[in-house]
Write a protein that binds this ligand. Sequence first.
Ligand code: K1U
Ligand code: ZN
Length: 169
Amino acid sequence: MAILPILCYPDPRLHTVARPVQAVDERIRLLVSDMLATMYDAHGIGLAATQVDVHERVIVIDVSEERDQPLVVINPEIVWASAEKVVGDEGCLSVPGIYDGVERSTAVHVRALDGEGQPRTIEADGLLAVCLQHEMDHLLGKVFVEYLSPLKRNRIKTKMVKAQREARA
Ligand code: K1U
Ligand code: ZN
């Protein structure tokens, strides 16, 4: 198990579109195990493979209070999304320290493979529904700040670039 480096916005690699996983084999199982360790280490509730510079459709999530209910989501597709939407504050491990409101469907049904390669349908609402939509955006190369106004986004970009420059110095 390894803790993987997480790409930070505005790294252009965060805009890569991930390809489907061809087979849930040993390589993918190791990636999943490393992603779970990385997500727990960073105190996140989700992580997409894109964020660790692997451009395949793999997500891990744990929205449980006890941090003991890992969810592995491979090749996810939204098969239903509620018309009802809600604006909620989101954060992102790739945009540390930034939280802002994003409008999402309140509930989604997601068809995916689990960590064993078995097909599953996840019926999600609440934080799980929001997290699934946030992580699936990552697989499409989209970071949540892209829902914000150009003014806010540019301010965040400037702040992130400055923080990364200072961290290197
Ligand atoms: O994708 C990521 O970087 C993980 C991200 C997931 C997420 C959080 C909040 C709303 C949607 C998606 C995080 O885990 S950010 C850090 C965090 O633990 C958190 C932030 C806000 C609410 C709950 C948790
Ligand atoms: Zn994120």
